[in-house]
Design a protein around this ligand. Structure first.
Ligand SMILES: *[C@@H]1O[C@H](CO)[C@@H](O)[C@H](O)[C@H]1NC(C)=O
Ligand SMILES: *[C@@H]1O[C@H](CO)[C@@H](O)[C@H](O)[C@H]1NC(C)=O
Ligand SMILES: *[C@@H]1O[C@H](CO)[C@@H](O)[C@H](O)[C@H]1NC(C)=O
Ligand SMILES: *[C@@H]1O[C@H](CO)[C@@H](O)[C@H](O)[C@H]1NC(C)=O
Length: 962
C-alpha cells in the first residue's frame, strides 16, 4: 500500500510538476518575444508614419499580427517571431539589445531609418539569424565582434552608417556569408585576409571608407565572388594578379579612387569572361591599356581615367555591349596620325552613351567618323588635348548629345551649322580654342541648355537676341572674345541665370540696360573690360542674389547707385577704372564684402570706416583724388570740418526749421482742436488714424481684395492697392496682408502690449516642436537635403491654430544626400544668414551644412525661453546669449527665463515646469555650441523634445500650482 501510494504520489507530482512546467515554458516562450518587441518599440523615439501604433495590446491583436512582424507556423500556439521588417519608415531610435531575446529571429530589415548608437553585441545571441539589413541608418561605434558568432548569417548589410574601427578578423568565421556590404562608413585598417575564408561570398562591397594596406591575395580563394567593390578607400600596393587569373566569376571589379599602382599585363582580360564592370580610375597605374580588354566581351562599364597610362587605346570594336568608356586624365596618344583611330572601332558599340578621352595627349584632326558613333551617345568629352582643325559637320549627327566638351584644344573655324540639331544639348563647352565667326543665331534652338561656355576664342559680331530662347541657361561665359555691339537686353530676360554671366573682355558698347535688374538669381555678373557707357543702372540693386559684381574697365559715369547697398549677399565689388563721380554710398560698410575696388574714378567725399572700408587689404581706392576721411591707414586727408564751412548755412537752416516748427505746432494744435470737437460727436479715436481703419473699409476699398487690386504677392503675403476715405478725402494706399503671424511679434510683443499676449510655456514648447519637425523634414526627409540658412523668429510664422511654420527660403541651399562633417571649404556660395542667428563658422568660409541650421535653431530656443534677443546690447565682446544661459542654467534659472513664461506673479516654479525649462535650455545650448561638429543633431533634438512633452505637466496641474 505504502509503496504504491508513494509511487502514485510521485507519479502525480511528476505529472503536475511537468505540466505546470511546460505551461510555464509555453507562456514564457511567447511572452519573451512579446516583451522583447515592446522593449524594441520603447527605444524608438520617433515614428512619423505611426507604423508602431499597431504594436498594441488591444484584444485579438496578437503580436504576430503587428506591422512588420513575421512569425513561424501560425497554427502553432507557441508562435515565435522569425522576421522583423521595418525598412524605410523614418524610425528614429536606438537598437534595443532586447532584440536578442527574439531567439528564433532569422531576418532583420531596418534599412533606411535613423537608428543611432551602437549595434548591440547582444545580437550575437541570435543563432538563427540569416539576414541583417541595417543599411542607411546613423549607427555608430564598431562592428560588434559578437555578430561574427551568428554562424547562419548569409547577408550582412551595414552600408551608409557611421561605423568606425576595423573590420573584425573574426568575420572569417561566417562561413555561410554571401553578401557583405559595409560601404560608406568610416572603417579604417586593413581588409582582413580572413575574408578569404568566406567561400560562399558572392558580393563584397567596402566602398567609401578609409581602408588601407594591400588588397589581400586571400581574396583570390573566393571562387564565387562576382562583385568586388573596393573603391574610394586608401588601398595601396598592386592589384593581385591571382584575382584576374583565378577568379573568373568576377562580373564587377572596382578599385577606383585608391592609391594602387603597377602596370597591367597585356593578357590580363583572358580569364574574365563574365566581366561587365571594370573601374580603376584615380589610382597610379602606369604602362599601356591591356590589349586583351577586347576579350571581356560582356563589358559595359570601362573606366581607366586618372592614371598614368601611355600609348594608344586598343581597338574596342568587340565590346558591343559597351556603354561607358573613360580614358581621360592619362598621358595617352602622342602620335597624331594614329591617336584617334580607336574611335573608328567604337562605332560598333551601339549602346555607348558616355565617352571621355579628355586631358590626354591625343593629337590630329577630329575624324569625320566621329559622327558614326552611337546615336545613344549623351556625353562626349574631348577637351584638353592637342586635337586641331575644324569640327567635322558630322558631329552634328549625334543628336542625343546633352553634353559636349571640346575646351582647350586647338580647334578653329566656325561652329558648324549642324550643331543646330542638338535639341537636347544641356552643356556646351568650347572655351580656349580659336573658334571664329559669329555666334550662330540657332544657338536659340538649343533651348535645354543650362551651361554655355565660349570664352577665350575669337568670336565676333554681336550676341544674337535669339539667346533669349535659352530659358534654362544658368551659366553663360563669353569672356575674352571680340564680341561687339550693345549687350542685347533680351539676355536679361533669362530668369534662370544663377551661377555666372560673364561678358567681360570684349568690345561691347552702349549702355548697360535697366533690365539687368531682372537677374534675380544670379550670383556672379561681370561686364568688365568693355566700352560700356552711361550710368550704372540703379536696378542692379534688385539682383538680390549677387555675390560678385564686376564693372571695372568701362566708361561708366554718374554716381555709384545707392541701391547697391541692398545687395546684402555681395562679397566682391569692382567698379574701378570708370568715370564714376559723387560720393561712396555709406551703406556699403554694412555689407560684409570680401573686397571692394573703387580705384581710378572721380569719386569724392568721405570714405566710410566700417566694414570693408576698415581693412586696407580688402579695399582699393587709389586714383580718386578728392576722397577724404576713412581709416588712418588710408592716409587720406581729413574731411573739411563742416562746422566752420557751413556755420552760416546752419544758422539759416536753423532759422527756417524753427519757423517751420512753430508753424506746424500752431497748425497741429488748431487741427486737433477742430478734430476733438468732431470726435465727441462720432467717438472715434484720434491717434493711429491709419492703424484703426476697419476691416470693412479695407475690404470695400480693395473690391473685396480682388485680383485686379493685387499688386504683388510673395512669401510675406500679398499687397493690394486700395482706396480709402479718410478725413473726408480719398487716399490711395497699399495694403499688405501678412501671411500667418510672425513670432517676432509674438515673442517680443510691443511694450504697450498686455501681458496676455505673451506665449505660455506650452505654446512655446509646441512652436519649438513644430520648428524641429520642419527641420527634421528638411534635413533628413528631403532629397536633396535642404539647408534653410536663415532660421530666426521672424521666419517662424504662426497660423490661426498656433501651429508654427518655417518661412522664407530665400537663402536656402540644396545639398546632396551624403554630406559629411561640416568642413572648412571655401564655399562658392556667399551665405550670410542673419547676424546673431548665423553660426560663427559661416563667417569663416565654411560650407553650409545642417549644423549651421542647428546653431540658429539653438539660438531660437534660447531666445524663446529667455526672451532675450541674441542681438541684445548686453551681448558684446564675446559675451553672447549662449554664455548668458550657460552660466545661470544650473544655479539661477529663474533669473534668465522670460517672465512671460512663468505664471503670473508666481516665483515658485512647478517642478515639471522647471525641468522642462532646463531641458529646453540644454537643447538650446547643445545646438549652439561653437564647434559645428559638436552640435546636437535634429534627430536627437526630436527625441529629446518627445521626452520633454511626455512629462510636461498638464494645464490643469499648472493652474492648480498657481
Ligand atoms: C492597435 O492596433 C490595431 C491593429 O493592429 C489598430 O487597428 C488599432 O487602431 C490600434 N490601437 C491603437 C490605440 O493604436
Ligand atoms: C501565449 O500563449 C498563451 C497560450 O496559448 C495564450 O493564451 C496567450 O494569449 C499568448 N500570449 C501572447 C502575448 O501571445
Ligand atoms: C532604401 O533606400 C534606397 C535609396 O533611397 C533605395 O534604393 C532602397 O530601395 C531602399 N530600400 C528599402 C528596403 O526600402
Ligand atoms: C559576446 O560574446 C562573448 C563570447 O561569446 C560573450 O561572453 C558575451 O556575453 C557576449 N556579449 C553580449 C553582450 O552578448
Amino acid at each position: 500500500m505504502k509503496p504504491f501510494s508513494l509511487v502514485l504520489s510521485t507519479l502525480l507530482f511528476w505529472y503536475f510538476s511537468n505540466t505546470s512546467c511546460s505551461v510555464h515554458a509555453l507562456l514564457l516562450g511567447n511572452e519573451t518575444d512579446h516583451l522583447a518587441l515592446l522593449k524594441f518599440k520603447e527605444s524608438i523615439s520617433s515614428d512619423p508614419f505611426g507604423i508602431l501604433d499597431s504594436w498594441n495590446d488591444t484584444s485579438n491583436n496578437h503580436f504576430c499580427m503587428w506591422h512588420g512582424i513575421t512569425c513561424n507556423n501560425r497554427a502553432n500556439k507557441q508562435q515565435k517571431v522569425i522576421g522583423l521588417n521595418l525598412s524605410g519608415y523614418h524610425l528614429h531610435g536606438s537598437l534595443s539589445p532586447q532584440l536578442s531575446n527574439l531567439s528564433f529571429l532569422k531576418f532583420i530589415d531596418l534599412e533606411n531609418n535613423t537608428f543611432y548608437g551602437d549595434i548591440p553585441q547582444e545580437l550575437g545571441r541570435l543563432k538563427r539569424l540569416q539576414v541583417l539589413y541595417l543599411n542607411n541608418n546613423s549607427l555608430t561605434g564598431e562592428i560588434p565582434i559578437n555578430l561574427t558568432t551568428c554562424s547562419q548569417l548569409t547577408n550582412l548589410h551595414l552600408s551608409w552608417n557611421k561605423l568606425i574601427g576595423k573590420i573584425p578578423i573574426e568575420i572569417g568565421s561566417l562561413s555561410k556569408l554571401q553578401e557583405l556590404f559595409i560601404s560608406s562608413n568610416s572603417l579604417r585598417g586593413r581588409i582582413p585576409p580572413s575574408i578569404g575564408n568566406l567561400t560562399s561570398l558572392t558580393h563584397l562591397k567596402l566602398v567609401f571608407n578609409n581602408l588601407e594596406g594591400k588588397i589581400p591575395q586571400e581574396l583570390c580563394a573566393l571562387q564565387n565572388l562576382s562583385n568586388l567593390l573596393l573603391d574610394s578607400n586608401k588601398l595601396s600596393g598592386t592589384l593581385p594578379s591571382c584575382l584576374y587569373k583565378n577568379v573568373s566569376s568576377l562580373s564587377a571589379l572596382s578599385i577606383a579612387y585608391n592609391n594602387i599602382n603597377g602596370s597591367l599585363p597585356a593578357n590580363m582580360f583572358h580569364n574574365l569572361p563574365n566581366l561587365q564592370f571594370f573601374q580603376i580610375a584615380s589610382n597610379h597605374f602606369s604602362g599601356t591599356i591591356p590589349i586583351s580588354v577586347a576579350n571581356a566581351s560582356l563589358l559595359e562599364i570601362l573606366d581607366f581615367a586618372k592614371n598614368k597610362f601611355v600609348g594608344q587605346v586598343p581597338s574596342l570594336g568587340k565590346l558591343t555591349k559597351l556603354q561607358f568608356l573613360s580614358v581621360s586624365e592619362n598621358t595617352l596618344g602622342g602620335v597624331p596620325a594614329k591617336d584617334l583611330k580607336f574611335l573608328n572601332s567604337l562605332t560598333n558599340c551601339s549602346n555607348l552613351y558616355m565617352l571621355s578621352i579628355s586631358v590626354n595627349n591625343f593629337g590630329g584632326q577630329l575624324p569625320n567618323y566621329i559622327g558614326n558613333l552611337s546615336t545613344h551617345l549623351r556625353n562626349l568629352y574631348l577637351g584638353y588635348n592637342q586635337i586641331y582643325g575644324k569640327i567635322p559637320a558630322e558631329l552634328g549627327n549625334l543628336v542625343n548629345l546633352t553634353l559636349l566638351n571640346m575646351q582647350h584644344c586647338r580647334f578653329d573655324g566656325n561652329i558648324p551649322a549642324t550643331f543646330g540639331q542638338f535639341q537636347k544639348m544641356e552643356s556646351l563647352e568650347l572655351s580656349g580654342n580659336k573658334f571664329s565667326g559669329e555666334i550662330p543665331a540657332f544657338i536659340g534652338n538649343l533651348s535645354q541648355m543650362y551651361f554655355l561656355n565660349l570664352a577665350d576664342n575669337m568670336f565676333e559680331g554681336s550676341i544674337p537676341s535669339s539667346i533669349a530662347n535659352c530659358q534654362k541657361l544658368q551659366h553663360l561665359d563669353f569672356y575674352k572674345n571680340n564680341l561687339n555691339g550693345t549687350i542685347p537686353s533680351e539676355i536679361f530676360s533669362i530668369s534662370s541665370f544663377t551661377t555666372l554671366l560673364d561678358l567681360s573682355q570684349n568690345l561691347f558698347s552702349g549702355n548697360l540696360s535697366d533690365e539687368v535688374g531682372k537677374l534675380k538669381n544670379l550670383n556672379y555678373l561681370t561686364v568688365s573690360e568693355n566700352n560700356l557707357v552711361g550710368n550704372i543702372p540703379a536696378s542692379i540693386g534688385e539682383c538680390l542674389s549677387l555675390e560678385f559684381l564686376e564693372l571695372q574697365g568701362n566708361l561708366f559715369s554718374g554716381t555709384i547707385p545707392s541701391s547697391l547697398v541692398s545687395l546684402k549677399g555681395l562679397r566682391g565689388l569692382d567698379i574701378s577704372r570708370n568715370h564714376l563721380s559723387g560720393s561712396i554710398p555709406e551703406g556699403l560698410q554694412n555689407i560684409s564684402l570680401d573686397y571692394l575696388d573703387i580705384s581710378f574714378n572721380m569719386l569724392d567725399g568721405q570714405v566710410p570706416t566700417g566694414g570693408v572700408f576698415g581693412n586696407v587689404s580688402e579695399f582699393a581706392m587709389i586714383g580718386n583724388n578728392k576722397l577724404c576721411g576713412g581709416v588712418s591707414e588710408l592716409h587720406l586727408p581729413p574731411c573739411p570740418s563742416k562746422r566752420h564751412r557751413n556755420f552760416r548755412l546752419i544758422v539759416v537752416v536753423f532759422c527756417v526749421c524753427a519757423f517751420l516748427f512753430f508753424l506746424s505746432l500752431f497748425l497741429t494744435i488748431y487741427w486737433m482742436r477742430k478734430r476733438s470737437k468732431k470726435i465727441s460727436s462720432d467717438g472715434s479715436p484720434t491717434i493711429n488714424q491709419l492703424a484703426k481703419v476697419s476691416y470693412q473699409s479695407l475690404y470695400n476699398g480693395t473690391n473685396g481684395f480682388s485680383e485686379e487690386n493685387l499688386i504683388g504677392s510673395g512669401s510675406f503675403g500679398s499687397v493690394y492697392k486700395g482706396t480709402l476715405e479718410l478725413e473726408g478725402s480719398v487716399v490711395i494706399v497699399a495694403i499688405k496682408i501678412i501671411k500667418g503671424k510672425s513670432s517676432r511679434l509674438w515673442l517680443h510683443p510691443p511694450s504697450t502690449g498686455i501681458a496676455n499676449h505673451t506665449l505660455n510655456l506650452e505654446q512655446r514648447l509646441n512652436i519649438i516642436n513644430d520648428v524641429a519637425s520642419a527641420f527634421h523634414y528638411l534635413h533628413y526627409e528631403c532629397d536633396p537635403t535642404i539647408i534653410h540658412c536663415d532660421l530666426k523668429p521672424s521666419n517662424v510664422v504662426l497660423d490661426d491654430f498656433m501651429v508654427a511654420h518655417v518661412a522664407d527660403f530665400g537663402l536656402a541651399r540644396l545639398v546632396g544626400k551624403y554630406i559629411g562633417e561640416c568642413s572648412m571649404q571655401t564655399s562658392s556660395v556667399g551665405l550670410k544668414g542673419t547676424f546673431g542667428y548665423a553660426p560663427p563658422e559661416y563667417g569663416m568660409g565654411y560650407q553650409v551644412c545642417m549644423e549651421g541650421d542647428m546653431y540658429s535653431f539653438g539660438i531660437l530656443i534660447l531666445e524663446m525661453v529667455t526672451g532675450k534677443r541674441p542681438t541684445d546690447e548686453m551681448f558684446k565682446d564675446g559675451y553672447n546669449l549662449h554664455n548668458y544661459v550657460q552660466v545661470s542654467i544650473s544655479s539661477n534659472i529663474l533669473q534668465i527665463v522670460d517672465p512671460g513664461v512663468l505664471s503670473k506673479g508666481n516665483h515658485q516654479l512647478h517642478p515639471g515646469v522647471e525641468s522642462c525649462l532646463v531641458s529646453l535650455l540644454r537643447i538650446g545650448l547643445a545646438c549652439s555650441v561653437e564647434s559645428p561638429n559638436e552640435r546636437m543633431a535634429m534627430v536627437d533634438v526630436m527625441r529629446e523634445l518627445n521626452r520633454i512633452k511626455s512629462y510636461f505637466p498638464s494645464s490643469e496641474l499648472m493652474e492648480e500650482a498657481d
